[in-house]
Design a protein around this ligand. Structure first.
Ligand SMILES: Cc1cc2nc3c(=O)[nH]c(=O)nc-3n(C[C@H](O)[C@H](O)[C@H](O)COP(=O)(O)O)c2cc1C
Length: 194
């Protein structure tokens, strides 16, 4: 078949034939009425540049989803390898099962305040996006798909300077990625990205 190595049809081996993947593994946090929570989400994807929009797939069973739908906001915390233990912990337990405490207290997670939304931002990450939910009940209920608009963004300048340096060294492709990164962040809300 023209050099193809695998073919799949719906209901047969289609899963093995699809090689399109989701975005980075992130930590999604939310707060409502004094209750706060954090979970892992890897089904995160950039949807639009200007205004900057991001989609996140959030399962119905998650406690975080309850807080997001109630508050209309979420924060995306981009973690790093150094925090992989935290990613494992908050991605394999539910805040709903914790009595008289939350994941932040349970796992010793420190936070700082968001500026445009009410959601806890996790210290020790390398990038934070504050997102407002664009309410689309059909997408949310049918596909667990949440569309959000980024209203503020922060990044650890040390990490981004390094990434920018590497990308600049990668000629045209690097410039395209830099352009994409620059366009995807709302400049008036962007802090620490120099
Ligand atoms: C690497 C990894 C990626 C994950 N990606 C997603 C995701 O994109 N969407 C989702 O709904 N759950 C995802 N999960 C599962 C949730 O993080 C998990 O169900 C979590 O326990 C929910 O917590 P909560 O009930 O406290 O909100 C992922 C878990 C891991 C470990």
């Amino acid at each position: 078949m023209n050099g193809n190595t695998s073919v799949g049809k719906k209901g047969s081996s289609v899963d093995g034939a699809i090689h399109i993947y989701h975005g980075p593994t992130t930590l999604v946090s939310a707060r409502h009425n004094g209750k706060q929570n954090i979970m892992v989400a890897a089904w995160v994807c950039e949807l639009d540049f200007d205004p900057s929009r991001i989609t996140v797939v959030i399962d119905k069973n998650t406690y975080t989803r309850e807080l997001i739908e109630a508050s209309g906001a979420l924060a995306i915390n981009v973690s790093c390898v150094a925090r992989v233990d935290i990613v494992h912990k908050v991605g394999t337990t539910s805040g709903r099962d914790l009595k008289d405490t939350d994941k932040y207290a349970q796992y010793g997670l420190e936070t700082f305040s968001a500026s445009e939304i009410d959601a806890p931002l996790l210290k020790g990450c390398v990038e934070w996006l504050e997102c407002k939910l664009i309410s689309e009940p059909h997408n949310q209920n049918t596909y667990d798909l949440f569309i959000t608009e980024v209203v503020a963004a922060y990044a650890d300048g040390r990490i981004f300077q390094m990434v920018a340096g590497i990308l600049r060294g990668m000629t045209i492709y690097g410039q395209f990625i830099m352009w994409q990164v620059a366009l995807s962040l709302p400049s008036e809300k962007l802090k620490a990205l120099k």
